[in-house]
Design a protein around this ligand. Structure first.
Ligand code: NAD
Length: 260
């Protein structure tokens, strides 16, 4: 029960990776706030976990809305006794070359990841600082925090930006015992990735099987997808780490696609 007595707020908690982290944190004894654009889907994750209402809530939150983020984080802290762990995980993807992408799509992708990462981190840091018991900020980066791929310009840029946010929060948060780390998964077979497979097949004029084998998994050591459970284990390890020794780091979980 590494997270017994801790409250964790997870954004994008209804999705593949977010819901797996919720399941793992629940097993580890955490109180949970599951936040998502789709509150009903977050509520279904909670119902599946069968947690009592004093241990878990589901909230609607668009991470790119300052007002919604502030309100939801304050509500979660009031209902669950503060915030000890943030998993800033909400994310979207858009496949188009830089030369073609519209400014609106650029802004939308960058805003969910970067504005969203900033807004939820700021709101949670304010609670962590006031509580005086430290905390752990986990930002969901990607191998694309370190590598570029074609057709993913806004996503790659935003995920690189999160590495900077992580390092700044690690430095500033140290004054009040908050550490910050970036989780960088390779391809994980969630809805976000399932949607890309037919799109990439069409863009590149290859089969969906080739997209998986020759694009997504070609440079892994074993041709395997990373799983949502793999990412959840890394999140638990980072959330529960007992000191500020592990801060400002980027942990890549990608079957060796990217080696640091
Ligand atoms: P997913 O599509 O299964 O889940 C994403 C969740 O985010 C959804 O529940 C969605 O409703 C929510 N969301 C989207 N926009 C939001 C917003 N504005 N406010 C609040 N919630 C919002 O995707 P996933 O694969 O679980 O992705 C989760 C995170 O992991 C993302 O940040 C993604 O970039 C990152 N990631 C995924 C992979 C992968 O291969 N799946 C790899 C590396 C990083």
């Amino acid at each position: 029960m590494q997270l017994a007595g801790k409250t964790a707020l997870i954004t994008g908690a209804a999705g593949g990776i977010g819901s797996a982290i919720a399941r793992r944190f629940a097993q580890a004894g955490a109180r949970l706030c599951l936040a998502d654009l789709d509150r009903d889907a977050a509520q279904r994750v909670l119902e599946e976990l069968q947690l009592q209402s004093d241990r878990a809530i589901a909230l609607a939150m668009d991470v790119a809305s300052e007002e919604q983020v502030t309100q939801a984080v304050d509500q979660a802290a009031a209902a669950l006794g503060g915030i000890d762990v943030l998993v800033s995980n909400a994310g979207v993807q858009h496949l188009e070359a830089i030369a073609d992408v519209s400014y609106a799509d650029w802004r939308r992708i960058v805003s969910v990841h970067l504005d969203g990462g900033f807004l939820v981190t700021r709101a949670c840091l304010r609670h962590m600082r006031a509580q005086g018991r430290g905390g752990s900020v986990l930002l969901m980066g990607s191998v694309h925090s370190h590598e570029a791929s074609v057709l993913k310009g806004p996503y790659v840029v935003a995920k690189h930006g999160l590495a900077g946010l992580c390092r700044v929060v690690a430095k500033e948060g140290a004054a009040y015992g908050v550490r910050a780390n970036l989780i960088c998964p390779g391809f994980v077979r969630t809805p976000l990735v399932e949607r890309q497979i037919p799109q990439l097949a069409q863009e590149r004029g290859i089969s969906e099987r080739q997209v998986v084998q020759e694009v997504m998994l070609a440079t892994t050591v074993d041709g395997e997808f990373t799983t949502v459970q793999d990412v959840a284990e890394v999140a638990l390890f980072l959330a529960a780490f007992p000191s500020n020794a592990l801060t400002g780091q980027s942990i890549v979980v990608s079957h060796g696609w990217h080696m640091v």
